[in-house]
Ligand binder design. Structure first.
Ligand code: PLP
Length: 356
């Protein structure tokens, strides 16, 4: 049987490196010649402790995370972090600042509002283009979303402020070098660029951690998770294992610098095709176009569903835009090869020609 080559542009859970999946397939039955499935390794065992330590060290190396930052592997996705951040770092009677660049920033704001005085100080694409946000020096922290997965917006400049910056980098983590020292904390759900859904990274500077509250439920306390080395309760062991394998893969492929080179090449190839077309358009300022989630609209929106369906029949999967943005979204994380983008652009040109 001839199986069609497919490329999966899903925003998350996203495509993972094939080598990693093949290794994981074996580990499901027999992990590292232990005659035990990776699914059935005790999280309290020496073997798992080694795996945990190695994955943490590899992440530290890859992202150049300074020693005075704690690395946590938690449950609950980025959404749980949007809850835990204000729960831990917004003391009673104080307030925090948020930057509302798009869908995911907005969702984080919705959570923080449930917890305390949450003040949005900048909104819209402008707040990604001009990042000189009016941070209130009295704010407990300022929260930002440097890659808006649904809106296709990415930015890399941050204000000089003494207020701690907390960043949700779920979708561009490991996609390029990021100067971690600008943040007092960042977090990322795994299923975009790290591994399967079910595990979340939270990285917190120790001096900031000291301010974390201890009058909230124990399971919500960052300090408890740090003390327990992320094993306060049973962690998602399999996603943790797989994330560790992806870290090794990124390292072996040349690290985040090489990922940045590839992602720049892929995204430029795609944006060029969009900009040179009379059917497709991306109206975002060029400097904030995301290198990992490219969006575009068909000028004749009635063609969008046909575009998605015909692409699917050619093996180009999951191109429908996020429901909040409409149009088309192309997620081209680390594990997407340039060949996938080239196949998509070829399809786009063909579709445009046929719909002239
Ligand atoms: C996907 C995503 C989220 C939500 O992640 P969950 O793991 O589903 O909670 C939050 N922020 C950003 C930037 C995302 O891309």
């Amino acid at each position: 049987m001839n199986i069609m080559k497919t490329y999966n542009f899903c925003a998350g859970p996203a495509v993972l490196p094939e080598e990693v999946l093949e290794k994981a397939q074996k580990a499901l039955v027999n992990w590292e010649n232990s005659d035990t499935s990776i699914l059935s390794i005790s999280h309290r065992s020496k073997e798992f402790a080694d795996l945990a330590e190695q994955s943490k060290q590899n992440l530290r190396d890859l992202m150049n995370i300074p020693e005075d930052y704690e690395i946590l592997f938690l449950h609950g996705g980025a959404t749980m972090q949007a809850v835990m951040v204000p729960m831990n770092f917004l003391p009673a009677g104080e307030f925090c600042n948020y930057i509302n660049t798009g869908h995911w920033a907005h969702k984080a704001i919705d959570e923080s509002v449930q917890i305390g005085d949450t003040r949005v100080i900048a909104s819209g694409v402008d707040s990604a283009v001009n990042t000189d946000w009016p941070v209130d020096p009295a704010a407990a922290f300022v929260h930002c979303t440097p890659n808006e997965t649904a809106d296709g917006i990415e930015f890399d400049t941050f204000p000089q402020t003494d207020v701690p910056i907390v960043a949700d980098i779920s979708s561009n983590i490991l996609s390029r070098p990021i100067d971690i020292s600008r943040f007092d904390m960042f977090y990322a759900g795994a299923q975009k660029n790290i591994g399967p859904a079910g595990i979340t990274l939270a990285v917190i500077k120790r001096s900031f951690l000291e301010a974390a509250r201890e009058d909230i439920p124990l399971m919500m306390q960052y300090k408890k998770h740090v003390k327990a080395k992320s094993i306060y309760n049973t962690p998602p062991t399999f996603p943790w294992y797989l994330a560790g394998e992806v870290f090794k893969w990124v390292k072996a492929e040349g690290g985040v610098e090489e990922m940045a080179r590839r992602n720049a090449e892929k995204s430029l190839y795609l944006y060029d095709a969009i900009d040179n077309s009379t059917l497709y358009e991306n109206k975002l300022p060029v400097e904030v176009r995301s290198k990992v989630n490219a969006i575009f609209h068909l000028k004749d929106d009635a063609l969008t569903d046909q575009f998605v369906a015909q692409a699917k029949s050619k093996g180009l999967l999951n191109l429908k835009g996020h429901k909040s943005a409409g149009g088309i979204r192309v997620s081209i994380y680390n594990a997407m090869p340039i060949e996938g983008v080239k196949a998509l652009v070829e399809f786009m040109e063909d579709f445009e020609f046929k719909n002239k």
